[in-house]
Write a protein that binds this ligand. Sequence first.
Ligand SMILES: Nc1nc2c(ncn2[C@@H]2O[C@H](COP(=O)(O)OP(=O)(O)OP(=O)(O)O)[C@@H](O)[C@H]2O)c(=O)[nH]1
Length: 204
Amino acid sequence: MNDIKIAVLGNEGVGKSALIVRFLTRRFIGEYASSSECIYRKRLSIDGRQLNLELYDPCSQTCDGKLSLNDQMQWADGFVVVYDISDRSSFLAAKAIIHLIREQHLGVTKRDADSVVFLVGNKQDLCHMREVDREEGQRLAAEAKGHFYELSAAEHCQEVALMFSRVIRNAGLSGKVKDRRRPSGSKSMAKLINNVFGKRRKSV
Ligand SMILES: Nc1nc2c(ncn2[C@@H]2O[C@H](COP(=O)(O)OP(=O)(O)OP(=O)(O)O)[C@@H](O)[C@H]2O)c(=O)[nH]1
């Protein structure tokens, strides 16, 4: 069975956990505990192939044993880089992450980086507060030869599932073989639910 490892990266509060939980449970849950990094695991079948999926959700705060961005990049087969369309600074952070991924992967094979970077502008439901135009996101993704989505973890279920299916499929096809380091925390689907409501945060 194939193992596919996807890192979901981006600034604090852009909705990384919300997107992952939406994909895994089909539900939107407003508040998440985020004091530790974790891996969510799921078995799934894509194109008739059984896969062991691992989704890495880093903690934005400093925490013990936290992997560096470089380590996260070594570990992952594919990347979902998230920003919040109502927060320009999160877009600049996404841009920096994408550049780092490109630098890391150019030394491996060109095809890897071309097909496995997915840029996601989240919180599309907040378009009345938009600070990043859709075209800017599209341009950045195109520059990185990646894929672009504008989504709302709060309101879109099918679109979030489609985006994750595509990145998983592309990561599986890229067939990269590398030395994998495992991030420290690991969560099954049952534990995922326990992570919810662990920390109060201002709702949007
Ligand atoms: N309006 C709106 N709010 C969202 C959406 N996605 C996430 N949020 C909210 O944004 C806040 C941060 O969401 P998280 O999923 O915890 O973000 P994160 O990127 O995992 O944050 P860290 O764990 O701190 O890095 C929460 O209050 C969510 O309810 C969305 O699509 N629309």
